[in-house]
Design a protein around this ligand. Structure first.
Ligand SMILES: Nc1ncnc2c1ncn2[C@@H]1O[C@H](COP(=O)(O)OP(=O)(O)OP(=O)(O)O)[C@@H](O)[C@H]1O
Ligand SMILES: [Mg+2]
Ligand SMILES: [Zn+2]
Length: 263
């Protein structure tokens, strides 16, 4: 290979106004080759490596293996999440905390977001229309910008698993693994799904158990109309096993307030 300066001389690029070309290790990235071209009295500096990196940054393309894996998980979680249509854009700021328990729930939700450590959990229980799902969606939305967040009603989870039996796109294991692997799983309206009372080993309670069990040591948000003792009854054999795991590293808040659906 001839030195680039020599090539220019040979090609007589001087006629194009190129006076000199210098190549050296780039002092910005300390990795690529910096090319300095002086043409028509003007200096132009370029480093392919620096330019590629700027492009990657501007396009927000994940670069490391970890970033790519997280992006994949975030995409998958987003694909399967089923946030109720009427609550899609809600924020904690829109949540009007009136009662003490609502204030406490809002405060805990703010801390959940600002101090998110992928470990803590939140159980919001109480009567219909007091904003449990509202809070859960607001937290999920805030964290989904940076983390893999899966939001499902417990009925959605069971429907997904059922549909997986006839699907060639995903299996029961794919869904359960997604529940396990995301940074945050939100199980909305726990206990609202069909489960025969007293049917100690019902299919539904087995699935719910597996999903919640897989979250031990990881963040989980549950909303429910039921008290723990009612959930225990509902899930029969799995009852205590489910409520025990729900309590793992969890802030449990029984919210009282006005049913906002009634205006
Ligand atoms: N404190 C609140 N401030 C503002 N909006 C609220 C509040 N509580 C509830 N809402 C609104 O009322 C509607 C019902 O709230 P949400 O669905 O969160 O209730 P929920 O507690 O999850 O009820 P359910 O137990 O029936 O699932 C939503 O549109 C929600 O945005
Ligand atoms: Mg709800
Ligand atoms: Zn460079």
């Amino acid at each position: 290979m001839q030195a680039i300066g020599k090539v220019i001389k040979n090609l007589n690029l001087g006629k194009l106004g190129i006076e000199s070309v210098k190549k050296e290790k780039c002092d910005v990235c300390n990795y690529g080759i910096k090319t300095t071209v002086i043409a028509n009295g003007k200096e132009q500096i370029s480093c392919k490596y620096c330019e590629d990196r700027k492009l990657v940054e501007s396009l927000n393309i994940p670069t490391t293996r970890e970033e790519r894996a997280l992006q994949k998980l975030m995409d998958k979680a987003q694909h399967f999440s089923q946030v109720p249509e009427n609550l899609k854009g809600v924020k904690l700021n829109d949540y009007n905390a009136v009662t003490d328990t609502q204030k406490h729930a809002k405060q805990q939700a703010v801390e959940f977001i600002t101090q998110f450590d992928k470990k803590m959990s939140l159980v919001l229980s109480g009567d219909p229309g007091i904003g449990k799902t509202h809070i859960a969606v607001a937290v999920a939305n805030a964290l989904a910008k940076k983390y893999a967040v899966l939001f499902l009603k417990s009925t959605n989870l069971l429907d997904l698993i059922k549909s997986s039996y006839n699907s060639d796109k995903y299996s029961e294991m794919d869904i359960l693994e997604l529940c396990r692997d995301v940074d945050l799983l939100v199980l909305d309206d726990l206990g609202a799904e069909y489960s025969k009372p007293g049917d100690s080993e019902s299919w539904a309670s087995d699935i719910i158990y597996k999903a919640i069990d897989s979250r031990l040591g990881k963040s989980l948000i549950i909303t429910t109309n039921y008290s723990e003792s009612l959930l225990e009854q509902k899930y029969g054999f799995n009852g205590k096993r489910i409520t025990s795991r729900m309590s793992d590293n969890a802030e449990k808040i029984r919210i009282a307030g006005k049913d906002m659906r009634r205006g």
